[in-house]
Design a protein around this ligand. Structure first.
Ligand code: NAP
Length: 286
């Protein structure tokens, strides 16, 4: 482990979560600081829910310049901040805090990070496409918020708890055609979809053999995307690849949500390639 030259001018950043020790954000962000010559240091803070209010007091007292927020604090942190960006407000969750002279603003970079990654790495054109989302949790909400801006033809949402799919579709009904479906309709809509996105946690380490749907329903010309990045290639992506589908994993989303946070904090373009390299190396060691 190398420690950058910390001095009296070094600015502190960090990520909070419970748990947090699995996080690759410190490796990625410290690499970004090193690449761009920013005098910053980024730490992982294990903050449990009862500690959240005091932690935010600490951000103000210590002048911590930026914080990434992960499970379980993305919603709960909102009342402690001074301002919430319009997108984060609409999504109802914050994953990035910017401290500007003691004023704390919350942003959400998950959805825009995902869409940037999908367009750069899998399919540049989303306009008019039929997109099927598996899952209707927090990540799905951020992604839908960013996807509707790309003017897809139709966003179809399937979730185990169907009420949540219906509520999510209703929340964005004025932004395009959103269709909540039942599990029984999933095979039909898989056949219709240009892009299938798994936003559920099914297939995530350690339950890596689990599948969120039957891959036999996929068409070979469908793009299949998974938000999970541990493992880098989920069972769903392996099955989709075997059927000839173009596949897209969750690593790019993780890199770009961090890249946007870095850009909000520093005003500099994020060194995305170096950030990706550092996370890949860290995943290889874990
Ligand atoms: P969340 O709010 O807890 O939502 C989880 C979703 O998965 C819900 O739709 C839930 O359905 C569904 N689900 C979970 N277990 C299931 C099961 N056994 N059967 C059927 N459905 C199940 O979590 P989240 O924050 O949206 O995160 C979802 C996934 O995205 C996680 O794997 C997370 O690691 C990943 N993610 C990746 C990035 C990245 O940077 N790549 C960023 C954020 C999230 P119910 O509503 O029925 O419970």
């Amino acid at each position: 482990m190398t420690i950058a030259a910390i001095d009296s001018h070094t600015t502190l950043y960090g990520v909070i979560g419970d748990p947090v020790r699995h996080s690759k954000s410190p490796v990625m962000m410290n690499r970004a600081f090193a690449e761009t010559g920013v005098n910053g240091a980024y730490m992982a803070f294990h903050i449990t829910p009862p500690m959240l209010k005091d932690f935010i007091g600490g951000v103000r007292a210590m002048g911590i310049a930026g914080v990434n927020v992960t499970i379980p604090h993305k919603q709960e942190v909102i009342p402690f901040l001074d301002e919430i960006d319009a997108s984060a407000q609409a999504i109802g969750a914050v994953n990035t805090i910017v401290n500007r002279d003691g004023r704390l603003t919350g942003y959400n970079t998950d959805g825009i990070g995902y869409v940037r990654s999908l367009k750069e790495e899998a399919t540049a054109e989303l306009e008019g496409k039929t997109i099927l989302l598996l899952g209707a949790g927090g990540a799905a909400r951020g992604i839908i918020h960013a996807l509707v801006k790309e003017r897809p033809g139709r966003l179809v949402i399937s979730n185990r708890t169907s009420d949540k799919a219906q509520a999510l579709a209703a929340a964005y009904e004025d932004k395009g055609e959103l269709v909540p479906i039942s599990q029984a309709e999933l095979s039909h809509w898989c056949g219709q979809a240009d892009i299938v996105i798994n936003t559920t946690s099914i297939g995530m380490h350690p339950l890596v053999d689990a599948l969120p749907m039957d891959p036999a329903w996929l068409r070979p010309d469908t793009v299949v995307s998974d938000l999970i990045y541990n493992p880098l290639k989920t069972s769903l992506l392996k099955e989709a690849e075997a059927r000839g589908c173009r596949i897209h994993g969750g690593l790019g989303m993780f890199i770009y949500q961090g890249a946007y946070a870095f850009e909000y904090w520093t005003g500099k373009p994020a060194p995305a390639a170096a950030m990706r390299e550092s996370v890949l190396a860290a995943l290889g060691q874990s």
